[in-house]
Write a protein that binds this ligand. Structure first.
Ligand code: ZN
Length: 415
């Protein structure tokens, strides 16, 4: 039987509205359209189907049990059904998510703007109330974007618009005509300081953001507590051959960081560096040196100061890179594992096929990711692995109970 009391509030179940409902046949209902999240339920009788219509977030469990009796559902069926629907990840809690979610519910303007994002989160979280809790958690996060060009300023605005509480943008110089991009630095900001103009763009992207935390300037504490730093340099050499020295403080402080940018007619997203756990800019540099003896000589030439010129940075490519990098950043901030960890995603004009290139942890790199990887391999045959499997078993069992995977990717759950 489901608990009527989940942390001080009565659960108000609602079938996740983001999933379209359709009858596959007389007694099977499919929730969702796409293989990634679709699920079928059956056998479904009219009374059960009628009961599902009552799960719209307006009723608590006691009332739902009463309604179940009125629909002549067998005793206990309402609870069994709800338990199974919840286990299948089909049910949200209209009042769940905890105190931070409750506070966000009060901000109706903010929530109205983020409704599509909330609906998407409901598809990637299973627990009732988890989607809003995650959206509320985004508001407490601090992210820094380094670089306010066509990629960086758009990326920062997108993260802000997606609900990240504090997005700080760092850059030098003043806005040039070629920095201007839709969603990024506006034409009106020409001649302004780049960082100021980008912070304004970030603010405009998300009205009703939480107030900035106070940081004591000069104490070095301003980099502390950053959930993620995104390096989106305007300099294309820094995109192609990121300087390991730039990331040293980030590695030392254990700050996760993500690379993104455009070089010539190629867009790059990644790697997402989890310090000491996945390949970093130093690993990338060493690995390239192993493969191409000319690499160090070339990078030295590329990095030498030259007469200022405007590099290639095609607008749609820059926008695509900004969007994908923001998506990877957000997935990481939401606690997922995006594929950019240990990988660079690259796309080139005019073919535009995204391809992944591994960024292997290099044994000679000081970041220690290669050593960690080796240690992981070593202990995986010992007791540690068994412990991990024991932790995973309940979820595997849960999945089996919910139904076996079908070849199409849809899951079947029995009601
Ligand atoms: Zn490294």
């Amino acid at each position: 039987m489901l608990s009527t009391d989940t942390g001080g509030h009565v659960m108000h179940p609602v079938m996740k509205p983001a999933l379209r409902r359709g009858w596959r046949d007389r007694d099977t209902v499919q929730f969702g359209m796409t293989p990634a999240h679709a699920l079928t339920l059956g056998p479904m009788d009219p009374a059960t189907n009628g009961f599902l219509d009552l799960l719209n977030g307006t009723r608590g469990l006691p009332l739902l049990r009463e309604e179940g009796r009125r629909l002549d559902l067998p005793p206990g069926h309402a609870d069994t059904l709800l338990t199974r629907l919840t286990r299948a990840g089909l049910v949200d809690d209209a009042r769940g998510g905890g105190p931070a979610a409750d506070a966000l519910r009060e901000k109706t303007d903010v929530l109205a703007r983020l409704r599509p994002d909330l609906a998407a989160l409901s598809l990637t979280t299973a627990e009732p109330g988890a989607a809003l809790a995650r959206l509320a958690a985004r508001r407490t996060l601090r992210v820094q974007v380094r670089g306010a060009g066509r990629v960086g300023a758009v990326l920062a605005s997108v993260l802000s618009g997606a609900g990240v509480g504090e997005v700080d943008v760092r850059d030098t110089g003043r806005v040039e005509p070629w920095d201007v991009a839709p969603g990024g630095l506006p034409a009106e900001s020409l001649g302004e300081r780049r960082d100021t103009a980008a912070r304004n763009a970030v603010r405009h992207a998300a009205p009703g953001r939480p107030p900035r935390h106070a940081h004591s300037p000069g104490s070095g504490a301003q980099d502390a507590g950053l959930a993620l730093v995104i390096l989106a340099p305007r300099d294309e050499v820094a995109v192609h051959a990121p300087d390991p020295a730039d990331a040293e403080p980030l590695l030392a402080s254990g700050t996760p960081h993500l690379y993104a940018g455009v070089v010539e007619a190629t867009g790059v997203v990644g790697p997402l560096v989890l310090p000491g756990a996945s390949g970093c800019a130093g690993c990338l540099h060493l690995d390239r040196g192993d493969r191409d003896p000319a690499w160090p000589r070339l990078t030295a030439q590329w990095r030498s100061p030259k007469a200022r010129r405007v590099a290639a940075c095609e607008l749609t490519l820059a926008t695509a890179v900004a969007g994908l990098a923001a998506a990877h950043a957000l997935a990481f901030l939401d606690g997922q594992s995006p594929t950019s960890a240990g990988t660079r995603w690259e796309v080139s004009l005019p073919g535009l096929d995204w391809r992944s290139r591994p960024v292997r942890a290099h044994p000679a790199c000081g970041c220690g990711a290669a050593q960690r990887g080796k240690k992981g391999e070593h202990t995986s045959t010992g007791g540690e692995r068994r412990a991990t499997m024991a932790v995973q078993r309940p979820s595997a069992e849960r999945r089996r109970k919910a139904g076996e995977a079908r070849p199409t990717g849809t899951w079947r759950a029995h009601v």
